[in-house]
Ligand binder design. Structure first.
Ligand code: NAD
Ligand code: UFG
Length: 336
């Protein structure tokens, strides 16, 4: 019997790619998603990639009665928790909605797990918890801070998980701090599908390359970086998905632990380098203009990846060209 994993937010960007990798690794996947920021058709795409249909429950992680029923119906080995809201600007405008979804929702989920005695939990945290980095690369013991409500929700949930582990040491918890996930499955069948104007660089660049938008605004060229534009640790979403499988395997094979791990490549690229790489992938020039800095942005951010390598035996191996090639293939399917 293969092991069953509950994946909240499994029809979303990172969740869908992780479901594919979980199935490839022999796990059975049950997806719980409200479809607030994703489409049901993603389930067909996952099935055509993996040859296996995931079970799907449309519902909200804040619905305690539903969760109780789901945990009664299935025996899960673990929960991977991707469901949540992630737009920084929106979190400033709607803080209560962010705390409700990301914090209260996670507490409701953890309570249901506690009752059902399912105590392995993989959490989507973010490099945003490092605030403005004091050292590069950023190790996991770097001080944490947040500058916006979204970042605070990640920090608060990390803290809740630490408190939970301190009170009940039979939990296996991984707090995975993602750097900048980009790219898509190489089939072009699943990828990132932002609604409205993309907030993040790569989906915006893809829409300029496909002719949906005129030009990218490069937010600042006067940072203390080699070309003056912001530097980030972009990680291919398939590498990230495999990082989740590695974390799950680690948690299930080892004694209970509260694990905190960076998932990044350990290398940073500038905005202009990413635009150039995308032009190469798409074969089209990507027009851009230099615009003022975006409030709250930092100059540079990249991960210290040693802990992921030693603990999880995992490292990201896809380069920016592969990230852009795969994102472009996905974009082509979207815009046709
Ligand atoms: P996404 O929006 O594509 O996926 C999230 C999914 O959760 C969506 O399918 C949405 O419908 C669902 N969802 C939202 N609220 C829900 C609720 N209350 N109940 C049930 N389902 C709900 O986002 P993503 O990029 O795949 O991000 C997944 C997780 O990773 C999020 O927690 C996000 O904060 C975190 N993260 C993302 C990034 C990034 O750059 N994409 C970086 C760091 C961390
Ligand atoms: N940028 C532009 N133009 C754009 C969009 C972004 O120049 O239209 C620049 C930004 O200034 C930054 C870089 O591109 O230098 C990357 O910006 P993103 O918005 O793609 O990503 P961020 O690093 O700002 O933030 C992302 C997620 C956060 C997460 C963080 C760390 O949006 O939620 O990565 O994981 F917390």
């Amino acid at each position: 019997m293969s092991q069953k994993i509950l994946v909240t937010g499994g029809t979303g960007f990172i969740g869908s790619h992780t479901c594919v990798e979980l199935q490839a690794a022999g796990y059975q996947v049950v997806i719980l998603d409200s479809l607030y920021n994703s489409q049901k058709s993603v389930l067909d795409a996952i099935a055509s990639i993996s040859g296996q249909r995931s079970e799907f429950i449309q519902g909200d992680i804040r619905d305690a009665a539903l969760l109780q029923q789901v945990f009664k119906q299935y025996q899960f080995q673990a929960v991977m928790h991707f469901a949540g809201l992630k737009a920084v600007g929106e979190s400033v405008a709607q803080p209560l909605n962010y705390y409700d979804n990301n914090v209260a929702g996670t507490v409701t989920l953890l309570q249901a797990m506690q009752v059902a005695d399912v105590r392995t939990f993989i959490f989507s945290s973010s490099a945003t918890v490092y605030g403005d980095p004091q050292t590069l690369p950023i190790p996991e013991d770097h001080p944490c801070s947040a500058t916006n409500p979204y970042g605070h929700t990640k920090l608060v949930v990390e803290e809740i998980l630490a408190n939970l582990y301190a009170s009940e040491t039979n939990w296996r918890i991984a707090r995975l701090r993602y750097f900048n996930p980009v790219g898509a499955h190489p089939s072009g069948l699943i990828g990132e599908a932002p609604q409205g104007t993309p907030n993040n660089l790569m989906p915006y660049v893809a829409q300029v390359a496909s002719g949906q938008r005129q030009q990218v605004s490069v937010f600042g060229n006067d940072y203390d970086t080699p070309d003056g534009t912001g530097v980030r640790d972009y990680i291919h979403v398939m590498d990230l998905a495999q990082g989740h499988v590695a974390a799950l395997r680690y948690c299930l094979a080892n004694e209970p632990e509260l694990l905190t791990v960076n998932l990044g490549t350990g290398r940073g690229y500038s905005v202009l380098e990413m635009i150039e790489a995308f032009s190469r992938s798409s074969g089209k020039p990507v027009a851009y203009q230099i615009a003022p800095r975006r409030p709250g942005d930092i100059a540079s951010c990249w991960a210290d990846t040693r802990l992921a390598e030693t603990k999880l035996n995992w490292r990201a191996d896809k380069d920016i060209q592969e990230m852009c090639d795969d994102a472009w293939r996905w974009e082509g399917r979207q815009s046709n």
